[in-house]
Design a protein around this ligand. Structure first.
Ligand code: C2E
Ligand code: MG
Ligand code: MG
Ligand code: MG
Length: 281
């Protein structure tokens, strides 16, 4: 390990030690680091929306907003690449605010077309770390005139565990606004049942790796069944992520999973295709 570039960039005031294996400072990455800031102003970022379906009624209940960056030189840059960059260069707070505002604006646009639907937005550990975040969310709800209950904030299990005290405080404040809280990629981290119980959450999303393997691995199926039963006992709704085929739908339904999301229903859609998709579905 050697001392890396990150120390000259704002990162929680820590000095980062970093492993050679990470390929973190390739020329491409350095370019993305410096150009992410402009991307917001240059309209290179946009939101796609992926439907979430109630497995009992087959009704669409929500849309998850997923950020997309089309870079002028590199083309499509996946969020798994640029979100960590935003997190490590102090830009995620601005990005999250933009995503929430845009998702709420789209929600009120849909409501004018008589489409009443939940909006889910992903937030990072850094957002929860900012004590002004819940207040900012309250203002964005106020300005957009969207009811808090129509907004779900997704935080990954791993992010919620990074600093449990901070996460519990932030999620409690957000819950008090009436916003729904969802624990994303659940099962991929190492949190205990006791910890999940402490989180003021409303929903758990089963990590898609388990859904993917469920039909061929009895372990994965056991994990899914356990997550669903445990979540229901704790009063959480459960979403199965990465639902790609009818067999996965059937398995989740049999196990009592509430909602499904995945390519089987729809890929993430650009904003201008959402209404058409909803009408055809
Ligand atoms: P996530 O929140 O767990 O989002 C689900 C990811 O799974 C999305 O990838 C989605 O396109 C993909 N997916 C959905 N259905 C299927 C399926 O049936 N099969 C497969 N193989 N994949 C499926 P995407 O859009 O590339 O986003 C990756 C991750 O990047 C997200 O995972 C989330 O953690 C993060 N992300 C995306 N947008 C934002 C954002 O606006 N803010 C933050 N903080 N993170 C974001
Ligand atoms: Mg998510
Ligand atoms: Mg997920
Ligand atoms: Mg994920």
């Amino acid at each position: 390990a050697f001392i890396a570039f990150d120390q000259v960039l704002p990162h929680d005031n820590h000095i980062m030690l970093y492993d050679q294996g990470m390929d973190a400072y390739s020329p491409r990455r350095l370019t993305l680091m410096t150009e992410l800031k402009q991307s917001l102003h240059n309209n290179e970022l946009e939101l796609y929306f992926q439907p979430q379906v109630d497995l009992k009624t087959n009704k669409v209940i929500g849309l998850e907003a997923l950020a997309r960056w089309t870079h002028p030189e590199f083309g499509f840059v996946p969020p798994d690449e640029f979100i960590p960059i935003a997190e490590r260069t102090g830009q995620i707070r601005a990005l999250t605010s933009w995503v929430i505002k845009s998702a709420l604006a789209f929600n009120s646009q849909l409501r004018s077309a008589n489409i009443d639907i939940n909006m889910s937005v992903n937030v990072s550990a850094e957002d929860l770390n900012d004590t002004s975040f819940p207040g900012q969310v309250a203002i964005m709800l106020e300005e957009s005139q969207v009811l808090a209950q129509n907004l779900t904030l997704e935080v990954t299990e791993t992010a919620a565990m990074r600093n449990p005290e901070v996460a519990v405080n932030a999620l409690t404040a957000l819950s008090k606004l009436g916003v729904r809280i969802s624990i994303d990629d659940f099962g991929s981290g190492y949190s205990s049942l006791t910890y999940l119980r402490r989180l003021p959450a409303h929903e758990v999303k089963i990590d898609r790796s388990f859904v993917l393997e469920a039909h061929q691995s009895s372990d994965a199926e056991t994990i899914i069944r356990t997550i669903i039963n445990m979540s229901h006992e704790l009063g959480f709704k459960v979403v199965g992520e990465g639902v790609e085929n009818q067999a996965m739908v059937a398995l989740l339904k049999t196990r009592g999973c509430d909602y499904g999301q995945g390519y089987y229903f729809a890929r993430p859609l650009p904003e201008n295709q959402v209404v058409d998709w909803l009408e055809q579905y």
